[in-house]
Design a protein around this ligand. Sequence first.
Ligand code: PLP
Length: 403
Amino acid sequence: MERNKKRFETEVVHTGYDSSHYQGSLTPPLFQTSTFTFENAAQGEKRFAGQEEGYIYSRLGNPTVKVLEDRIMTLEHGEGALAFGSGMAAVSAVLFHLLKSGDHVVCSRGVYGCTFGLLEMMEKKFSITHEYADMSSEELLRQAITENTACIYVETPINPTMECIDLKMVCQVAMELEIPVVVDNTFSSPYLQNPIKLGADFVLHSATKYICGHGDVVGGLLVGKSAEEMQEIRMTTQKDIGGIMSPFDAWLLIRGIKTLAVRMDRHCDNAEKIASYLKAHSMVKAIHYPGDADHPSFRMAKDQMKRPGGILSFEINGTKEMAQAFMDELNMIKIAVSLGDAETLIQHPSTMTHSVVPPEVRAKMGITDSLLRLSVGLESWEDICEDLEQAFKKVEKRAVQMQ
Ligand code: PLP
């Protein structure tokens, strides 16, 4: 097969697009159209009957969106891919595809807050139960699986504590028991980790994050290892629920993804520096960064990921109020949820991304009120450190004055 012959850095730039089909246009054209005309009624009939290839209506497929789908499919080593209007549309499409009433989901101990919300909703409305399992050992994973388990859903590294899960182990157990595995690979991007290569059935991304890289798109991508199953999702959950990506967003993502490899290396380089700085700081109680030799997932991350990524979280030596005051004192670093952008972003998980998670569950997930998550951007790492340092100094001074 032609595919996968080139290196990642080349695939992100070229795969899925042949300029000779589009009058030599270097960049893929934007097919900003809702529908496609047929030459005659017979052609329309054939396309609807699946007897002739070609576009019908942009909810079922669009040439600009297809470039992005083909590219991510190759980067994630799958056989089919679909683009969605958000990461959550991709999460819900794959879960609706795999699950029915009475089924059970085994889920990693931490997941993105809205995935948590979706699982809660599925339990209440459709009696699809779930369990947050400690997947740190095969034994614990097996204990969580029931005869009704129809999906294992994993996020690794887990947001925001950056615990990593052994995907090979999870996929081996799942394969033996014939349970499909879905991996949310948003935090790693396909540059750092490829779950399908490790045995997963589906991998998904909030493309809003590293794949976009510029903070100007909300989008989702789903890749599957079976072309037939992905086509089924295209013609059922995606078509009928309708959470598709717009051609313009796909066009922006094609532009963003071209620089994924260089951006990821820079994010990783910067995160390494910031992690060392924070670890040595007197106002920091703990850091959670899988590239730190003291992090419980240090070994796992080394084995499973190309590099430990650009996200880290840290606990301030103090109260929730101090953590929030620290954020308010930052100048260059922006207070915002989302991640993977050029700008360094900071957020407070217990009152922001994970505020929907009940406090007792948050406590089990290791999300304290003094925990802050940093998405390390592409700026000079010295400037990032200087901004953190001036904010630490101000908060420290205020704490001393109050004593
Ligand atoms: N998965 C993870 C790990 C995320 O961080 C997010 C969003 O922050 C999502 C899924 C949902 O993606 P979106 O916001 O694009 O719907």
